[in-house]
Design a protein around this ligand. Sequence first.
Ligand SMILES: [Zn+2]
Length: 192
Amino acid sequence: MKNILEKHSTEICKDILNIIDNKEVKIEIEEKNKSSLYVFLNNTIYISDKFNKNKDNEKNKKAKLLVIAHECAHSIQSKTIQILNFILSNIELIMFFIIVVWRIFGKGLEIISYGYFVVALISIFIRFYLELNATVNSIKIVARYLLSNKINRKEVKSIVSYYKKELFKTTPLFVLSLYLFKFIRIGIIILI
Ligand SMILES: [Zn+2]
């Protein structure tokens, strides 16, 4: 188990993509950004550099594996849903600015406001589905990855339960950070 966690992020990511049979994805180490992400537009997984910098931190090493599995899980999600998520998020932003500008000039525009709430709610729901699906699958992918590396079932079980506990602790903050700006925009539209 120790040897696996010592591996470089790119190597782990390549191995996982092989296991889930999705070899077309590009992998890049992201130096500026602290978070890791999958971008469907260029089919690329960006892995945060922090995992290679804080090599000796045990918690960090374990997190690396789960985060990479999570982004790999995004890479095999339905492209249709990802496109829909992308389009709706952008429409939501554009509608928000139109409504704010309109309100500044004292115009009502009630219908667009209702439309805005519908678009915002659907985009929250779609993003939630994508994240929940990637989170559930990341655990399964980690288990498959460890088993393929000849880690015994007992150890796999224990690391899986560790990850489940960690997810339980970190998910509320993750969801909040995911939607914070969207919630602020919805609040502004309600108040102005
Ligand atoms: Zn995600």
